[in-house]
Design a protein around this ligand. Sequence first.
Ligand code: PMP
Length: 407
Amino acid sequence: MNTLSPTSWLQALPRQLAALDAQQLRRTRRTVAPQQGAHITVNGQPMLQFCSNDYLGLALHPTLIEAARDAALQFGVGSGGSPMVSGHSTANAALEHDLAQFLQLPRALYFYAGFATNASVIPALVGAGDGIFSDALNHASLIDGCRLSRASIQRYPHGDLAALEALLAASPCARKLVVSDAVFSMDGDVADIPGLLALCERYDALLMLDDAHGLGIRGPQGRGSLAAAGLTGAHASPRVLYMATLSKAAGAAGGLVAGSEDLIEWLLQTTRSYTFATAAPALLARALQASLRVIADGDALRAQLQARIQQLRTGLQPLLARTGWRLLPSDTPIQALVIGDNGAALALMEGLRQRGLWVPAIRPPTVPAGTARLRIALSAAHTAADVAALVDALQALADQGPAAEAQ
Ligand code: PMP
């Protein structure tokens, strides 16, 4: 039993916050405002940003803005109720139809937020007595969903299918759920989806994939990581639950799940954040319908994004050997430059900030201890000159060495 009185618990908060400071783990929020392309203001200062998940630059796309504005005039701003009561507008229904078609999966559900989707879909699928098998680098929202479910959770080492198979083989649970990011949010690498599915078939498990960072980017016409693996349309498997967010490449907000009719109907009936949360506003649904069309026609945007990714990776190569920094393998817009030490990563972020470049340092507990990093997020909105400016600045900071960076 906790013997602290509520007052002493509250009195401890300043010390706990000071401990965060001592470990350089206290996070600060800055206010940002868009300017144009990848240019923003941060606390009023103009900056070139490499921190947004708006990978195709669609958040500011005129077609999406117009769709949202028109929908606001027609539907108002708020949805007014849960989808099960009054919030499921004709716009939201049309979006779900379009999502299923776009993803080439039988049926889709649209949630107001990606985080809430994961946190409550997993408890709707499994519970006490069931088994969850979760990649060690899965996103926090998946981890929370696993914990809320009260199923037994086995974490397997990142991407280690042999370890996963050993756990599945030894599991006494009748109902098994394998959960994985499709594109890992802090490393930028991708899951072996056919390999995961083969194991799920062998051990009669359901596979849930979080493609927050793959939708719009990977696969033919940006249809996502499942399409990239050839597992949609006629090849869709009823034992896959596809999940993605609409807050990243799709340029708006919300979460989605898609899969077989039965699976989606079950989630419609039982997912608490669907039933008990106000539906996403129709203006977002309409913006997202427009976004799906831009994404499907967006090969030029994806080619531009790939060119920036390759430019960055090639540009950083000469720096790696002499700094000890590690650029993790990734052909996605998430490029992780691992520095190691929390303070060194923060100092580098600060050095870039002083040069007008906004790149977040990501520290534990978001990433494992000792792997603090710059998480460089690229976008089709970046020009070649933008990426060259980042490479030049990192080069200059590397030339100055750690002492100069820390100033
Ligand atoms: N899954 C992953 C892999 C994510 O990176 C995120 C967002 N960072 C989420 C889910 C949550 O989605 P949202 O931010 O749209 O709520």
